[in-house]
Design a protein around this ligand. Structure first.
Ligand SMILES: C[S@@+](CC[C@H](N)C(=O)[O-])C[C@H]1O[C@@H](n2cnc3c(N)ncnc32)[C@H](O)[C@@H]1O
Length: 268
């Protein structure tokens, strides 16, 4: 994917998405980038997916070795970026393959592309099918109907927010919600109780919410477990669980804006 830039150096980085379901979600273009790369780094969590990526390109390296229990994930991500950029700077065609979409709730792929460009190398991202895409299909949600706000669950707790309860609120990384050290892969029910109490300031305690887990193998089906918001601290969650909170109020027309919009339409 050369750019028309005479000062561009020869190394490159393409971050591709593998999709959620093994083998069936990858775009043909992403597959082609993997097959033609000099070196591939992969961030996937199960050995079957690793084996599948290795079949596309045998010069494949797992990024899992950068993670460790109790290690700050920000350190792991920085080390991954360094290891990948070292190959780019050797002039290689490098591909980094991430499950889902490489740019969705993922720091390293964006950082890699930014750094590559700053240093004069080619860098770009190929989209993939994310957990967000799967949940719209599996749960029959159209974000265009009422809107959908996606927030990382710990960030939702930590920062002051204006919550729009006429839209879907979708909280990611529920499994380790509330961990400010960024070194845990699971947090206990006390953290979820705090989140539950915060959410009850905006939604009724008996509002129905769901845990969503998309399948990752073609033989699996999605987990969609509905329960009341005041049961959040008691439900079973995984590090790959996402919390879906449907709207609890009907959206109201802003009569002032409606008037202004009508005025504009009449005048044209
Ligand atoms: C670091 S983010 C990576 C998301 C990924 N890049 C994507 O495109 O879906 C991890 C979070 O994504 C969500 N996630 C990952 N796998 C999932 C799955 N199988 N089902 C539902 N949500 C999932 C969870 O909220 C999880 O905590």
């Amino acid at each position: 994917m050369p750019e028309n830039n005479s000062t561009q150096k020869t190394g490159s980085i393409v971050c591709v998405g593998l999709g959620m379901v093994l083998g069936s979600h990858i775009a043909p273009l992403s597959r082609q980038f993997i097959e033609q790369a000099d070196v591939v780094f992969m961030s996937v969590t199960d050995p079957l997916t690793e084996a599948w990526v290795e079949k596309m390109n045998p010069n494949c390296h797992s990024l899992q070795r950068f993670y460790a229990d109790g290690k700050d994930r920000r350190k792991s991500y920085a080390e991954m970026v360094d290891a990948i950029m070292a190959q780019v700077e050797l002039g290689k065609k490098v591909v980094a393959a991430f499950y889902g979409h490489p740019g969705v709730f993922a720091w390293a792929p964006h950082k890699l592309i930014q750094l590559a460009k700053e240093k004069g190398y080619h860098g770009h991202m190929e989209p993939g099918i994310s957990a967000e895409d799967c949940l719209y299909s599996d749960m029959g949600i159209d974000p265009g109907r009422n809107g959908a706000v996606h927030v990382e669950a710990s960030q939702f707790m930590l920062y002051e927010r204006k919550v729009d309860n006429t839209a879907y609120l979708i909280l990611w990384q529920l499994g380790f919600v509330g961990d400010l050290s960024m070194s845990k892969y699971q947090t206990d029910s006390a953290y979820r109780l705090l989140l539950q109490q915060l959410l009850i300031e905006y939604f009724p305690a008996k509002h129905k919410v769901a845990i969503y887990e998309s399948p990752t193998l073609p033989t699996e089906t999605a987990r969609i477990d509905w329960f009341f918001l005041d049961e959040l601290s008691k439900v079973h969650v995984e590090h790959y669980s996402t919390l879906i909170i449907p709207p609890c109020e009907v959206k109201k027309i802003d009569l002032f804006m409606q008037h202004k919009m009508n005025q504009l339409s009449r005048n044209q």
